[in-house]
Design a protein around this ligand. Sequence first.
Ligand code: 2AM
Ligand code: CA
Length: 262
Amino acid sequence: MGGSANLNIMMKAARKAGRSLAKDFREVENLQVSMKGAGDFVSRADLAAEAILKDELLGARPTYGWVAEEGGEIEGQDPTRRWIVDPLDGTTNFLHGLPHWAVSIALEHKGQIVAGVIYDAAKDELFFAEKGEGAFVNDARLRVSGRSAMIESIFATGLPFGGRADLPETLQDLARLLPACAGVRRWGSAALDMAYVAAGRYDGFWERRLNAWDMAAGVIIVKEAGGLIEPLTPGGDILSDGEVICANEAIFSKFSKVIRGA
Ligand code: 2AM
Ligand code: CA
């Protein structure tokens, strides 16, 4: 599990940003009482984490491109490689003192994700994968679940909040899926949802209206853990469509039939 130089750069960056966020998270838990200013405080924590990541990742690889949730896009001197970064996935959890959020970093080469790291600093779980090398959490190898019965399976998703337009579609998904499965979870971090599919904790995950940085690291971690991952609309592209479905191989076709309404 030595990992490439790039993977080591990513893991070091994720740990450093995660430590900064964990420190701020303890402060947020105190701020809950007053409420006032908690939102601004979290925005600053998010920006500070992104600055650490930019410093570490572009510092080590100055020719690579960059796209991140807060800081927009930088076209690199090397147009074939770029970092895709979400400094804080699960921001709403963080703001509410819920310990379920993560740093997510992916490396894209010629349009393909070749390495991904998702760091859950509150639980000190570092999920990572590189193309062809398998997926890991800390020192342990990751493997998707082997469940093949829908009625025994747990699926994760994100529910549209604040009046987002995809509410009717999501309610239809749930109306078809809930009677057929063991449960649906909505934990508020797409990056960790995907890491948990890779770990076999969830049997599958789907969500609409995500951004590339919510999913990029998860894509390779799920694949390298033996999972199947596809754009929700066949023939599309996960990162640019912002829609994804993934699951263990044994359940994928049953699960995707329910979600795609076929
Ligand atoms: P965030 O915490 O980085 O914002 C939960 O359903 C997922 O949706 C999280 O990964 C969350 O990422 C993402 N999310 C939150 N707000 C969003 C928005 N306005 N548009 C797209 N994705 C969003
Ligand atoms: Ca996100």
